[in-house]
Design a protein around this ligand. Structure first.
Ligand SMILES: Cc1cc2nc3c(=O)[nH]c(=O)nc-3n(C[C@H](O)[C@H](O)[C@H](O)COP(=O)(O)OP(=O)(O)OC[C@H]3O[C@@H](n4cnc5c(N)ncnc54)[C@H](O)[C@@H]3O)c2cc1C
Length: 311
């Protein structure tokens, strides 16, 4: 029908020719792909299943000047209401394998869920990843964020990572990753896409590790609003204090802007009560920052990553 045809851009035709099986979707609502259940459309959402496909997609973006964003499981993201222009990549099924190297060496591909990596390590009698069992991200996203909980964090167990970049494959060792509180060197190197992470774990009793994981899960269920969409702790922990304590002390538990709210159960979480927009979350964030600053002199910084354009 005249007038309703869309023209396939040349770069997309070329990419489809080079990688015929590649899963490419257009205008995909990110609210369906983030734990916050918020976000406008990704212009192109692509799921490569091999390093070769991943490299081809990255090259297509670089050669055609297209914005490029690599997501994990979308559990630490606030995608803005206007969506994400250009190419968004999510690692597909070919990036979820695990393996062992020696008695305590363990590796996981970057698209695997942290919970599955923790379970796999537990089954193999390897201790050190129990902290990650309840973190709803991928191994790649966990490394990028140096995810941590209940005294454990990626920095304690990661020895290195493989990555691909537009200029080819790369390996980063522990020092080069510069992992610190919710920070990694990957934040300053957006060209690096982590494909595999190496861990140094400790031999342990599978039953004991399982008990530890169940205990941490129970603690999460008790304290965190796990039945409502969120991106986890919204703010970073300020030096010497806790964001949740400061927010509660400022009288903001339950504070709302539209359907975005400070959780009644855990003031460190911003939850989506139904139809929250990114704009509402950002307004809520600004007001919380302002009130906490007035009450305590501390400026809370978001831990959640904002991506995309305003709607
Ligand atoms: C209910 C709930 C509880 C949570 N609890 C915790 C917790 O206890 N501790 C904690 O630390 N976090 C927690 N989080 C936050 C979140 O799960 C972590 O930050 C997680 O590590 C994010 O991983 P992801 O795969 O979802 O990454 P995404 O949110 O998809 O992306 C986060 C960032 O990582 C980058 N990234 C993702 N994959 C790669 C890759 N392969 N290579 C390079 N960069 C990459 C993205 O570009 C983005 O900038 C929680 C979230 C929720 C919803």
């Amino acid at each position: 029908m005249r007038g309703t045809e869309t023209v396939t851009p040349a770069w997309l035709k070329e990419l489809k020719e080079k990688a015929p099986g590649l899963l490419i979707r257009e205008n995909v609502m990110m609210k369906n792909h983030t734990t916050f259940r918020i976000g406008g459309p990704a212009e192109y959402l692509i799921e490569p299943v091999s390093e070769q496909e991943l490299s081809l997609v990255r090259q297509a973006a670089a050669q055609n000047g297209l914005p490029f964003f690599l997501m994990g499981n979308g559990s630490n993201l606030l995608v803005l209401d206007g969506g994400i222009p250009g190419i968004t990549v999510r690692l597909g099924k070919g990036f979820s394998a695990f393996g062992q190297t020696g008695p305590a060496g363990f590796w996981a591909q970057a698209g695997a869920l942290l919970s599955e990596a923790a379970r796999k390590a537990q089954q193999e009698g390897l201790s050190g990843l129990a902290f990650a069992a309840g973190i709803p991200g991928t191994v790649g996203g966990g490394l990028y964020m140096n995810a941590g909980a209940y005294g454990g964090e990626m920095a304690q167990v990661v020895t290195g990572a493989d990555a691909v970049s537009p200029s080819g494959p790369a390996h980063l060792n522990r020092e080069e990753l510069r992992l610190s509180y919710r920070h990694s060197a990957l934040m300053e190197k957006p060209e690096l896409m982590v494909t595999k992470v190496y861990f140094d774990l400790q031999p342990g009793d599978p039953e004991e590790i399982k008990r530890q994981m169940e205990d941490l899960q129970a603690r999460r269920r008790e304290k965190q609003p796990l039945t409502l969409p969120s991106a986890g702790s919204f703010f970073k922990r300020p030096q010497g204090d806790y964001a949740a304590r400061l927010i509660e002390a400022a009288g903001l538990k339950g504070f709302r802007v539209g359907d975005a709210a400070v959780s009644e159960k855990h003031a460190g979480f911003v939850v989506n009560l139904g139809e929250a927009t990114a704009r509402q979350v950002l307004e809520l964030m600004r007001r919380v920052q302002e009130r906490v600053y007035q009450a305590s002199g501390i400026l809370l910084e978001p831990e959640v990553k904002m991506v995309g354009v305003d709607g």
